[in-house]
Unconditional design. Structure first.
Length: 330
């Protein structure tokens, strides 16, 4: 029989932002809630339904960082992209837009190197300081799944299955690549470290299970879900993993919690599949059925899925103001 496990309410966006649209939110490496909010009077629309509200072509917003009862705001003006990812970086923030603008060249040329000045690549990651001033912007590719920063100031970006990236060539052209999976960027957007070239035989179709810990990063890329361990020097370890359908990760030593979720009886079930890594194998030990506080069952898919070491933070689809916490060793 699968035991129940109650999640803790970790953080809630303060009531004074109740009338604002929440474009994106996260939990940073210090456990703080960070959110991008905007006045809906600027003209937000759900496209397509029932997606989050999409902003107009130009809009103002506020980055909110909540540390317990203390709240800090960073005003942002004249934003020109729909930012779907946020995290803190030093005293400021970093924003990412999942999708880039369409490149206006004939599709027949996509298989050949293209001069960089013809591509007009969207700079879809913005690094902003505590005063709201943009410090750097850079192109990070199309199809961003998750944006997470670490305590050392690196920017980790995972990608979904429609991703592509125009790689620079020495002659000033760029060539299109696919299945980017996972990349690590510096705050100035210099040449990134990318996981696929360092993991032969692993196909990074989609990377939606990511854990950016204090020293180590773990990822389980779809479709085979190997457990990949990365540090600042590169890939340290690849462990085959029989636990598939992995949507989120908590990792503490050899203990691992894999988030699974599915529909059941017209509703939704969030489930933890606990495993143990020993030697060159991961073995599943047992499962837990996740409940929200007051034994409430989830009413939608788990979103957010921010894994940092042994902790995983989640929110219910459509409710990014309220974040819940699972701790592997609880």
């Amino acid at each position: 029989m699968v035991a129940d496990h109650r999640l803790a309410l970790h953080a809630t966006l303060p009531d004074r932002y109740a009338r604002h649209e929440v474009l994106t939110s996260t939990i940073d490496h210090r456990g703080r809630l960070a959110a991008l909010v905007a006045d809906p009077a600027q003209g937000f629309v759900p496209i397509p339904r029932p997606s989050p509200q999409q902003p107009p072509p130009r809009y103002d917003a506020t980055a909110v960082i909540c540390d317990g009862a203390e709240t800090r705001e960073i005003p942002l003006t004249d934003l020109d992209q729909w930012f779907t990812g946020i995290d803190t970086l030093g005293d400021g923030i970093v924003l990412a837009a999942a999708r880039c603008a369409r490149i206006d060249i004939d599709v027949e040329r996509y298989l050949e190197p293209i001069p960089e000045d013809e591509l007009h690549l969207t700079k879809n990651v913005h690094v902003i300081d505590e005063g709201g001033q943009t410090r750097s912007t850079f192109y990070a590719g199309d199809g961003i799944e998750q944006l997470m920063t670490d305590a050392q100031g690196a920017i980790w970006i995972s990608y979904f299955d429609q991703s592509d990236y125009w790689f620079p060539n020495p002659d000033g052209t760029r060539s299109r690549g696919f299945a980017i999976g996972l990349a690590r960027w510096s705050s100035d957007g210099g040449q990134p470290w990318m996981a696929p070239p360092h993991t032969p035989g692993i196909f990074w179709c989609d990377c939606y299970a990511l854990n950016v810990g204090s020293d180590i990063v773990h990822a389980c890329p779809y479709p085979d879900f190997p457990l990949i361990e990365i540090d600042r020097h590169g890939v340290r370890r690849i462990t085959p993993n029989p636990i598939t359908r992995c949507h989120g990760l908590a990792v503490s030593g050899g203990e691992i919690a894999f988030l699974d979720q599915h529909r059941v009886a017209g509703g939704f079930r969030w489930e933890i599949r606990k495993g143990h890594r020993q030697g060159e194998a991961v073995t599943e030990s047992h499962r837990l059925n996740l409940l929200l506080p007051h034994d409430r069952h989830p009413t939608g898919w788990a979103r957010g899925k921010i894994g940092r070491d042994g902790t995983l933070w989640l929110y219910e689809d459509g409710h990014p103001r309220h974040w819940y916490r699972y701790e592997l060793n609880s």
